[in-house]
Each structure stands twice: as C-alpha cells, then as structure tokens.
Design a protein around this ligand. Sequence first.
Ligand code: ATR
Length: 278
Amino acid sequence: MRFLTGKARLAGVIGWPVGHSRSPRLHGFWIERHRLDAAYVPLAVRPDSLVVALSGLRAAGFAGANVTIPHKQAAMALCDRVEPFARKAGAVNTIVFEAGAVVGRNTDGFGFVANLRSHGVAPAAGPALVLGAGGAAMAVAAALQDEGASVRIANRTRARAEALAGSLGGIAVVAWEDISGALADVALLVNTTSLGMTGQPPLEIDLAGAPPDLAVADIVYAPLETRLLAAARAAGLRAVEGLGMLLHQARPGFAAWFGVDPEVDAALYEVVAADLRT
Ligand code: ATR
C-alpha cells in the first residue's frame, strides 16, 4: 500500500446508497496500476444533500466525481456547463471541477460504443433495436444515433418509448409484443431493461428469426452472462456483455481527473467480475 501526499488528486462516486457501486474498485485498480498519487472514494450523499456535497467537494479541492443513482438528473441542474451529449441523454454521470466551472458529462454512451468496438462490433453496421426506455436506453440510443445508426425502440410501456423517440427524434417505435419478429433486418439488438438481472425475470425473445450477423448486447452485468447473451452465443450470434460498458464509461472521468487515459483489459475485467461474483 502506498500513501498519499498532500498533493494527491481526489475524486469519488456520489450515490445513495453507494455501497453497491463498483467504481471505487475499478478506479482504485487504475490508480494502483499507474502508481498515481490519487484516491477515489465512495461518497454516500442523501438526495437532499447533493447541493451542499458538491460545493463542499469543490471547495475541498476534489478534481471531480462520478454521480450515480438517484442523483443523475439532479446533478445536471447544478452544473455550470453541461456537455451536449449529457444534455441529450438528460443525465450527468461524471462531473469535472474545472478552474471556474462545474462541468457535467455523460460517459454512458461513450462506454457503450467503446465496449461494442472492443468486441469488434461496428455500432452503425445497420439498424439497431433498443429494448427499454429508461435513462440507460436514452444514452444508448443517443450514442448509436451519433454514430450514424438508425435506431428503433421497443418498451413494455409504449408511451415511454414514444416519449424517448420524440425527444431524440428520428426513432421508430416497435411494439413490445413484436420484438422477436422485428429482428429480421436488424444488425444490433440491445437490452437496456432490467430483465435478466439477478432477481428479475428473464427477457423473453426468440432469436430464431435473427440474421446470422446480428450482434446482441446486454447492458445488464449481474449476472455477467445473462440468458439473453447465452442464447445469442448458442445461436452462433456475437454477444457483447454489459460489464465492459461499465468499465469503459469510467475512462473519460479518470482521464479528466487524474491525467491518464486508462486501459480496459482482461486484468481489470477479472478484478471487477470477481467482485460481482461474491
Ligand atoms: P434505467 O433508467 O436504469 O434504464 P428504468 O427507468 O427503471 O431504468 O427502466 C427500466 C426499464 O426496464 C424500462 O424500460 C422498463 O419498462 P417500463 O418502462 O415498461 O417500466 C423495463 N422493465 C422493467 N421490468 C420489466 C418487465 N417485467 N417487462 C418488460 N420491461 C421491463
């Protein structure tokens, strides 16, 4: 164990509760690997304390913070500047305290696309079908659009899919009941719902009608391999697991706070995956 100096760079993750967050583990891994004079800590902040916590961290010289549930929307209103992608996604997950300003970013879209690419999947090879209409769906759909993909959305509650399509523009809504039949001309299927997560029901979808070059991505990472991904692999399709998105979305924050663009590799994957298995 190395010790911090008085000049150490500081960052952390703000959440309530924050105990479930994997971010201290993964940022800590990179800090160790690069032997940085830096620390990344969990910050348990109640919703009604977000304002005071942010100004306190800034006053105390923190370089910035990640923001997780339930603060992602509220944090946006507290930033002096919000990057265009975060504005589009409607949420901030990364805050950088710059000289004169609190800057809000959303790195989920970057993480999703970087994870696809690391699996050799081109984000805009053809139409993408995104399942779900929550905050994660918004970031994924916006990122795919930015990459030039044509995006379709299906959600159990159709009105939410229509609201998301309306806010991003240029998105077709597919009926939830029709998702299996809607795969025929799709190049990428993405699950952003909570279906398949430990303790939740599985996603019911029939991949029999999928084209052979379909890539299937799940943003669920607990379990590491969902039934959807196992079914995709069994059908000979490419499968992209969710943990990689979590790891890649952490990179821009780390680079901004600590000055090193860190690498997502097998060693990091194993450390965080081992944590998830316990
Ligand atoms: P997040 O912001 O993390 O993406 P969310 O807003 O809670 O999460 O969204 C969860 C997604 O999972 C929603 O798209 C939700 O569908 P509804 O909008 O109809 O609620 C979807 N979801 C959760 N349970 C589901 C279920 N049993 N069947 C189908 N979709 C489900």
